[in-house]
Design a protein around this ligand. Sequence first.
Ligand code: SAH
Length: 392
Amino acid sequence: MTQITLVAGREKPVRNQHPWVFSGAIADIAGSPKPGDIVDVRSSTNEWLARGYYNPKSQIAVRLLTWRDEPIDGAWWQSHVQRAVAARSHRPQRGPRAAYRLINAENDYLPGLIVDRYGDWLVMQALTLGIDQRKVELAEHLARITHVRGVFERSDVDVRKLEGLRPSAGVLWGEAPPEHIEIQENARLLVDVRHGHKTGHYLDQAPNRGLLYTLIERIKPARVLNVFSYTGGFGVHAALAGAEVVNVDSSSDALALAKANFDLNQTEGELIEADAFSYLREAHEAGEQFDVVVLDPPKFAQNKQQVDKAARGYKDINLSAFRIVKPGGYLMTFSCSGAITEDLFQKIVFGALADAGRQAQILRHLGPGEDHPVALTFPEGAYLKGLLLRVY
Ligand code: SAH
């Protein structure tokens, strides 16, 4: 097996079980590993440290799989997939409308592999070359242990370029999924796993949609503004709980499915196709007021270089949101940028509050559900953070 030796002083993250070895941390490669091959990683003093898969085209040249001297073979992959699946087996709903994340990549110690369950289908993202090479075998194993009807791939994402991979989507195993899969949260929701964002749905926000439902039940009658609504997940929950809801998104496709989702739940919501930044500013100028504003924007910072620009974007929308929340109302605000830490996000929201001249209390720190665990050794995994605020 190829032996990779690290530059002196670059061993610490590997010893701390961080799963990424950057190409700049590599001093020497003994052998000529092929892309995707399993390699050993050694310290500058030749001590064996870890084992992972290799990609010479990526800045993350090795993704580590184990820190024990064990073979990475079919049985290894199967047992690690099995462990991630078993960790979700307590979930109350396992029926045809169950929807949750089954494998959360690095955070489930399977770097580059995302698998979401939507009823009788699994949707997989192979984000790295090492996973791409093994995806059919992984899909077959997953299908065997979850008894689904099909495994569909949605690896049509930009990050694959960093791995030298082209987008890829389609059936990996079994039957093709229907156009829409109906899932159940506190509301019924249609998911377009073939064309929707990510694997079709923002599963990470499920507990927060449930929280909004409970909040509305408590405070109704309520007027809710759901900004960056996508297919209406938060909005349908609010409406079902008794609120009057305005949804704003720039994507007509997302809003078309949002309409179908309101209809499916026999409830209503206003749907506005607009740029959220402009909409929020204009709503303030028009003197609009809401009992609850939900802000769930897309990832503004793709990397650390974009943090400052992203911070200005977050501040802008949060400032506008504070201005249109009724005194005593609520703001549910999120960031899904991995490069924006929870601490920084709170500071940005604080800055917006100060500029708005309002007061706000943190009622809850928000994050994804337990099906999206974050490995303690991988802080990059904590991408979704949010705050539930009461605003005076
Ligand atoms: N809250 C949603 C997920 C939001 S994803 C849920 O629970 O399912 C982010 C959404 O923001 C996407 O639907 C995208 O179309 C939309 N979006 C991105 N940029 C936007 C902009 N400038 N104005 C309005 N919507 C935007």
